[in-house]
Design a protein around this ligand. Sequence first.
Ligand code: ATP
Ligand code: MG
Length: 401
Amino acid sequence: MNDLWLIKIGEISLKKGNRAYFERMLKENIHKKVQRYTSETGVMAKVSSRRGRYYLETGIPEKDVIKILESTPGIVGFSRAYKVKKTLEDLAEISISIASECLSAGIGGRFKFEVRRTDKSLPLDSYGYARELGGVLLEALPELTVDVRNPDFIIKVELREAGYVYQMQKKGTGGLPVGTAGRGVLLLSGGIDSPVAGYLMSKRGLKLTAVHFHTPPYTSPEAHDKVVRLAAIIAPWCQGLTLYSVPFTECQLKINQSVHPSTTTLHTRSCMMQIAEHIAKKRRCAALVTGESLGQVASQTLESLAFTNGSVPIPVFRPLIGMDKEEIVVLARKIGTFETAIEPFEDCCTLFSPEKPVTRPDVMAERLVYEDIKGLDNLIEKAAEEALIYNFDELGKAVKN
Ligand code: ATP
Ligand code: MG
């Protein structure tokens, strides 16, 4: 049997002229995800929309539907819904069954009805339906009480072309549908921060490509594998993700030979940004995204950020800029990247970072030093060309190139 899910949008509904575009993108994103699932399992799924509401009719198991919808930006909430005839008997029957489920799940016995009636031809108004259905429920299940101020559960009834009854209101991730804000390149390290930065920008509608820099043999295959796994974990939030894995050793060694030891991290960052920008051009991306947060480490002071910012002509988005580590960790746990991110494999930045890094670089002077590094331009192009590509689909599964 197929279940019916009702999906609600938030910010999209505030859009005026181009609301239809945002709605179409969201529908397409949900459709692609469920289609990916159904093409693998043969289960049926149909997405439809009517007046700013979306309906998913499917045989996909509940836990998988929840996973799919929770990780789709643009959705603010969703519920398992029951479509019934608009008669009091039918509405009452399904309400009793929902309330019994709530009781046996131990949610508590205080309830209220919320009724929305758009079908004006019906014999009662919204309040009338709430009163009648409430009465039936109290009679059928005496352990229940009505509490309109502080209910343990709310049964929602919508009376439109059919009757829809639902209770479980799952929270979605909110934001805007992926792809509605253009395309960007995420600099993805193996740490806690950058996967969260990717999640936050996906939530603003940016379609991401990830780029990782690794420095073999100084960095291990395990460190690399960890980043590949992180990319797979965030792929559903990104509506699928391509990861470029860039061999960075030659650039890193060239920088280390050419600049003052206290400034290596700074120049390394600039170099990463420039390689990322090369890849951005190739992928038609118009912005970079990093997991930097103001003052977190020496390379993230105002002066250091001003320096790295100046290395590329496109905007660099830093969605974590005003967040502290605890706030970032909460999000990393929510999207499921935390446990992987804290695995103890060193990435290139940690290995090559100076003991005493500058915190307030002279931006102009360091720019001249950077531009004077002989042969770096060629190495940057070569590194971008030699990147290996990994693809993950909308459900986070690896796809063969
Ligand atoms: P994270 O926890 O994401 O590693 P961090 O606090 O350790 O961040 P840094 O190591 O200074 O900070 O890196 C700052 C940002 O630069 C990262 O969030 C990421 O966007 C980018 N970055 C750093 N190292 C790499 C790398 N090896 N590959 C790709 N991007 C990187
Ligand atoms: Mg890091």
